[in-house]
Design a protein around this ligand. Structure first.
Ligand code: ARG
Length: 496
């Protein structure tokens, strides 16, 4: 036991006893928040400019501090190189991205080199001290880690939203081009997973484009709502210096400062909302994946999954497994899990900052990385899909999928729809008993069920007529789908 405070800590002044070593490393978040290095540096530079404007730093001190902060990433990598070798250094340079911090692969060596660092804020302060000496300790004037982590996470979420938006847009465009390439090819639509009516394959693909467009607007909406800067909020009650908070907000590309310090330091709605958006997106991706998994089975036989995205079985030589679509379904569970974790984490917290909030970072990082990982592959996978058109057409033209069109025919002849439904039901029964589709029944047989049937009935139940009778906005009539496709291209900015 020592009666000396630990000088390497950010809060050691009032402590006389050392921390329990197991507790010390267990409570540290550096292993996780190391990936906020870029955000922490950007926020620190903005704070430095704000306190310089308040007279805490001279111009010369500010310049030294900014230059020192700029040196931190390189110094960190250089330090890592001493521990490892040149290849690892090269790798680290490759994975360092100014906007998203260190990718996970380089983080372990940085963390391993700094076992006593508590979190990313502590780390940057220590590194900056190595660069510029005691001047570094002035950086913390007028700020608290509570507002820093809130700011870093906002920057991280904002970058992640932007990356997700661009990946999602690419997926939507891949679906649109696929829809364009299949022309007027058809498939059965399903309700209750029973064949319902024929639809254009393009119409089915555009259903996913509609979902993606809602995901895009949800994410854009969340971005607009979260784009405010917590810096200047202090630990809970606001900074103790008269700071011009607009300076930091502007520096970091925020629309302005947050309006309430208690909320700003404890609010994690923006993380919850981001993960909620990703959870909904994950649900959409999972439905797509589930459909493709089903459609690729021998039982459906609608598509042959691209070999480049499948694997074989080590036991059964004939197998080609739909790994990608299965993993999409599986990974979407992580997205739903992340938002659940955050909701449960926040629901019982009194205002304002509580250390529980530290646990909110990992699910956000995991969800962002999971979604981006998926979106890096999904557009290429979607573009490489090959349908078995003849099998889809056969499925769409057998099993009385034109029964609804037949009932519509009778109702156009003045038969009340309820009655028409029953007559066509009887016709289907007749067909089932003699293994014939509706168009193979004779006019005589049909007229025995209703004298509203005439020769023009057969033209009204062809595949084309069955599609085109859905001539409404959002319907599968061929002209409507062509219009929907053109409109989607325009909205998504595809100029091809
Ligand atoms: N690592 C902490 C977190 O992520 C930073 C804020 C710590 N604040 C505090 N008062 N201990 O929440």
């Amino acid at each position: 036991m020592s009666d000396q405070p630990n000088p390497t800590k950010m809060w050691s002044g009032r402590f006389r006893e050392p921390l329990n070593p197991a507790f010390e490393s267990w409570q540290a978040s550096f292993r996780v928040d190391v990936r906020l290095l870029a955000q922490e540096l950007a926020a620190s530079k903005a704070h430095a400019k704000m306190i310089a404007a308040a007279g805490v730093l001279t111009t010369e001190e500010l310049d030294r501090m900014l230059a020192g902060l700029d040196q931190v990433p390189l110094a960190v990598l250089e330090e890592a190189s001493k521990l490892t070798n040149l290849d690892v250094l090269r790798e680290a340079y490759k994975v360092y991205r100014p906007n998203t911090g260190f990718a996970m692969s380089s983080a372990p060596s940085i963390v391993a080199l700094n076992p006593h660092v508590e979190d990313i804020h502590h780390f940057v302060e220590l590194q900056l001290t190595k660069e510029i000496g005691q001047l570094a300790l002035k950086l913390h004037t007028g700020r608290s880690r509570n507002e820093q982590i809130a700011t870093d996470m906002r920057l991280f979420v904002r970058d992640s939203i932007d990356a997700t938006l661009s990946g999602l847009n690419a997926w939507a465009l891949a679906l649109v081009s696929l829809a364009e390439s299949v022309g007027e090819a058809v498939m059965p639509s399903y309700t209750h997973l029973q064949r319902a009516e024929p639809v254009l394959i393009a119409h089915w693909l555009l259903a996913y484009v509609s979902m993606i467009e809602r995901d895009l607007s949800r994410l854009a909406d969340a971005r607009a709502r979260m784009n405010l800067c917590p810096l200047g909020s202090g630990a809970v009650a606001g900074a103790t210096l008269v700071l011009d908070r607009e300076i930091a907000a502007r520096e970091l590309g925020f629309d302005g400062p947050t309006p309430n310090s208690m909320d700003a330091t404890s609010d994690r709605d923006f993380m919850l909302e981001f993960t909620q958006c990703l959870a909904t997106l994950g649900i959409h991706i999972s439905r797509f994946a589930e459909e493709l998994t089903l459609y690729s089975t021998a039982e459906f036989g609608f598509l042959d999954l691209p070999e480049a995205f499948s694997t074989g079985s080590s036991a059964m030589p004939q197998k080609k497994n739909p790994d990608f679509t299965e993993l999409l379904r599986g990974k979407s569970a992580r997205l739903v899990g992340a938002t659940t974790t955050l909701a449960v984490l926040m629901k019982g917290l009194p205002l304002a900052y509580n250390k529980d909030l530290q646990e909110g970072q990992e699910p956000v990082f995991d969800a962002a990385q999971t979604a981006l990982g998926i979106l890096e592959i999904l557009p290429a996978f979607t573009s490489s899909l090959k349908f078995n058109f003849s099998r889809m057409r056969t499925a769409a033209t057998t099993g009385y999928l034109n029964a609804m069109a037949a009932a519509t025919y009778l109702s156009n002849k003045g038969v009340p729809f309820r009655k028409a439904h029953e007559i066509v039901g009887n016709a289907v029964r007749l067909g089932l008993e003699s293994a014939r589709e509706l168009n193979n029944l004779t006019l005589e047989e049909l007229r025995s069920l209703s004298d509203a049937f005439a020769e023009d009935f057969f033209a009204a139940i062809t595949l084309e007529a069955t599609l085109d009778c859905h001539d409404v906005i959002g319907g599968t009539a061929r002209t409507r789908v062509a219009e929907a496709l053109a409109a989607a291209k325009l909205r998504l900015g595809d100029n091809s």
